[in-house]
Ligand binder design. Sequence first.
Ligand code: CA
Length: 231
Amino acid sequence: MSRSKILIVEDEQEIADLEKDYLELSDFDVHIETNGDDGLREALDGDYALVILDLMLPGTDGFDICKEIRDSKDVPIIIVSAKKDDIDKIRGLGLGADDYLTKPFSPSELVARVKAHMARYERLVGSGTKANDIVEIRGLKIDKTARRVYINGEEKNFTTKEFDLLTFLAENPNHVFTKDELFRKIWGMESIGDIATVTVHIKKIREKVEADSSNPQYIETIWGVGYRFKI
Ligand code: CA
């Protein structure tokens, strides 16, 4: 069984290292980012089972990171902060953190909470009622279970492949995919067709989700490369 990956976003290296040591002793794989911008990118692009997030960070602060992660993922987030006030604030803002610890905290307490949240999350995901059957990004809502798409609350009709393509891009935001990669991913190797199929489908998706197809807010064209879903 592969080890669960945990992301620590913490600018105080000593604290990050201490957390990492304890988590590694409990058999977790740990990755540290020491500034907010890299931390946010890593949280969105990486495949983490849990995020430990400091609030006061250089670059994007922990409040914004928490909100951005929650807009697209339901990975458990544990906030650690030196200020009790900040924790009250983040709770008050309803940013969707799963737990809070005030510094200084005992590393074994952190590990215990990490394990508890992971177990809870795995039960949730395994039970079939997982919250991430819904992908929500700004005004776009994709209900994966019902295979329905809503823009600002209004349902739009999607063909199977349009739905699969949009969902795949939305679940991998900020990642640039070539048309070739998308064709192989959505249509499969055995399919008849070519990358022009991808272009046609992107055009149809944009007509449904974009207010202005010539200035897309969701799926961006990266000229000469392919497409990416903007976060
Ligand atoms: Ca800090």
